[in-house]
Design a protein around this ligand. Structure first.
Ligand SMILES: Nc1nc2c(ncn2[C@@H]2O[C@H](COP(=O)(O)OP(=O)(O)OP(=O)(O)O)[C@@H](O)[C@H]2O)c(=O)[nH]1
Ligand SMILES: [Mg+2]
Length: 294
């Protein structure tokens, strides 16, 4: 059998588990995951290489009705990624799906192969999957329908085999030890943002962005020294991000530091600053400054 390589986009509505799947397939956390929808804002590449194939997975922002320019960029990047893929994995949450909303998104998806990936099967009873599979099969033809649990890493072997069958023959695009094309700084910023998604309530984390000002391994200190700025949309939000006596900012920093340390394999010193940029989610210039542009 010849060597296979290609691009596989993971798309679907927000919160279905796309980023969890990417992390599970890689066996390493590079993408932010949270119980809140619209956690992912840009596409994130993860590469799985073995003796038979090199699969370039793209985790994408959840497709939703955007309310601002950031949202529009997010949705566009997901749609674009789906349009360029050899295989699209259209992911559903088995415990929370909508024939209408999912159906509408699926209408816009065409790729050489489209799989229906039914995630979070650990949350439902097996027989409950049958009506779901029947209903979605009536919507359109899928090349494969695969139930998985991205969190419990169930069904991923079957998924990998099915994906490899659909990839074109071709050489490795990246050196075989490549994990991602995301710079370390970007991953660190995403971990910090993830902790805000997890620790801050309601609208506040949606209005935050993280810029890494400095990230450098310090030989003398034997640790990675990071300085980052958190931007939020209002003075009132800044106060909440910092918290009483700085407790919230400390919690965000402690949690983020743990993930960054695991990823870099070093000790981490993390310094966080908080600033206000009103309405940045609708400013082209600010979006670009924060790394959100086409
Ligand atoms: N029970 C269960 N929970 C899961 C599974 N996969 C993901 N989750 C949870 O679902 C939530 C959303 O996961 P994400 O991976 O952030 O979802 P996403 O599709 O990337 O979301 P967006 O980036 O907002 O589009 C998190 O709380 C995950 O822990 C699964 O297989 N089973
Ligand atoms: Mg995500």
């Amino acid at each position: 059998m010849s060597y296979k390589s290609g691009f596989v986009s993971i798309v679907g509505r927000p919160n279905v588990g796309k980023s969890t799947l990417l992390n599970s397939l890689l066996g390493e956390k590079i993408a932010a995951v949270s119980p809140k929808p619209q956690t992912t804002r840009t596409k994130i590449m993860g590469v799985v290489t073995d003796d038979e194939a090199q699969v370039v997975f793209l985790d994408t922002p959840g497709i939703h009705k955007p309310k601002n320019k950031l949202g529009k960029l997010m949705v566009r990047s997901a749609e674009q990624s789906a349009g360029e893929a050899d295989v699209v994995l259209y992911m559903l949450d088995a415990s929370d799906y909508s024939l209408e909303k999912d159906g509408e998104i699926l209408e816009g998806i065409s790729a050489p192969a489209v799989f229906l990936l039914i995630n979070k099967t650990d949350k439902v009873e097996k027989p409950d999957l049958l009506p779901l599979i029947e209903a979605f099969s009536r919507l359109r033809a899928f090349d494969e329908i695969i139930p998985v649990s991205a969190m419990k890493k169930e069904g991923l072997g079957e998924l990998m085999n099915a994906v490899k069958k659909r990839l074109p023959s071709g050489p490795q695009f990246f050196p075989e030890d490549t994990l991602t094309d995301q710079p370390e700084k970007q991953i660190a910023a995403e971990f910090i943002r993830e902790k805000m998604m997890r620790n801050l309530s309601e609208e506040i984390p949606y209005g935050t962005a993280v810029v890494i000002e400095k990230m450098k391994y310090d030989d003398a200190k034997d640790m990675t020294v990071i300085a980052a700025t958190i931007y939020c949309e209002r003075e009132g939000h800044k106060a909440i991000v910092i918290g009483k006596g700085g407790t919230m900012l400390k919690k965000i920093g402690t949690d983020a530091r743990r993930d960054i340390a695991r990823f870099t394999g070093t000790k981490v010193f993390l310094e966080l600053w908080v600033k206000v940029r009103e309405n940045w989610r609708n400013s082209d210039a600010q979006l670009k400054n924060f790394g959100y542009s086409e």
